[in-house]
Design a protein around this ligand. Structure first.
Ligand SMILES: C[S@@+](CC[C@H](N)C(=O)[O-])C[C@H]1O[C@@H](n2cnc3c(N)ncnc32)[C@H](O)[C@@H]1O
Length: 249
């Protein structure tokens, strides 16, 4: 992990509060909600006991999963993100500073009573943790969801080659990623795809995922999920993430 973690900054906490609880932009639906709803749908024919939302950021998808699952663990490496999620859960509200232009900010209130998960939110347990070195207690899941996480991990191969140990038989693994591999997050030798191998062959991340996961999982489906992150009043990131859904054999 690099020394300065941008996900610990106030700027990113606010940006992710806006991404997860703020308005939709350009007609693109809330990404965390869409991913959680799809994950719930894909796990309909299995148990919906315990779910793990890895890289949960400020907690929106964990709350959405709690509408169906008996218990949800929301784990993120960033203590600041976990503190924001836990504050919203405990106090029923959080205020974040949304960027305007230059140094101007809008104070935005997130009010838990506005959401369908206002009662279900007590089923979520948030904690700081590392997806590449998860504590033993994070086991026995019917669903593990990791949205936009793998290309931000320092050791995604380690995570992907061991995650089956945490999932029950017939359980579901839902990954999403825009596959934006960057050496500042992941040393190139650990990239899952997005590189040319020693034989000159281009390796896509989906191919790399299959290679790492297929001994324990069956690939059920892939689909594109767009998202928009608001940076300032007039600057937005519009990205297409690929969701892949895996069923444990
Ligand atoms: C691009 S954000 C995605 C957040 C959220 N899942 C979403 O879809 O919007 C990446 C997240 O992964 C978290 N993260 C990075 N490395 C991690 C690790 N080793 N273990 C757990 N979370 C990690 C970051 O703190 C951040 O919240």
């Amino acid at each position: 992990m690099k020394e300065t973690n941008i996900y610990e900054t106030d700027e990113l906490v606010s940006q992710y509060c806006d991404f997860q609880y703020g308005d939709d932009y350009f007609g693109v639906e809330n990404f965390a909600k869409v991913c959680a709803q799809k994950a719930i749908g894909y796990s309909k024919n299995t148990q919906q006991g315990k779910a793990l939302d890895l890289g949960c950021a400020t907690g929106r998808a964990s709350f959405e999963l709690a509408l169906e699952f008996d218990h949800v663990d929301g784990v993120d490496y960033s203590q600041a993100f976990i503190d924001a999620a836990a504050e919203l859960q405990k106090n029923g509200r959080i205020i974040y500073a949304q960027n305007g232009e230059g140094e101007l900010k809008n104070q935005i209130l997130v009010d838990m009573t506005m959401y369908s998960f206002r009662d279900a939110c007590v089923k979520v347990a948030f904690s700081q943790g590392d997806a590449c070195a998860l504590a033993e207690k994070f086991s026995g899941y019917d669903l593990v969801m990791a949205t936009n996480l793998i290309d931000r991990l320092y050791q995604p191969k380690l995570f992907l080659s061991t995650i089956h140990e945490r999932i029950n038989d017939d359980g579901i693994l839902v990954l999403t990623s825009p596959y934006t591999w960057r050496e500042e997050y992941t040393a190139k030798k650990f990239w899952i795809g997005g590189y040319v191998d020693e034989k000159g062959k281009e390796v896509s991340t989906l191919e790399g995922l299959k290679e790492l996961l297929e001994s324990h999982f069956e690939l059920i489906v892939t689909e594109d999920i767009p998202f928009v992150i608001r940076e300032t009043a007039r600057k937005f990131q519009h990205t297409i993430s690929q969701m892949s859904v895996w069923k444990k054999r």
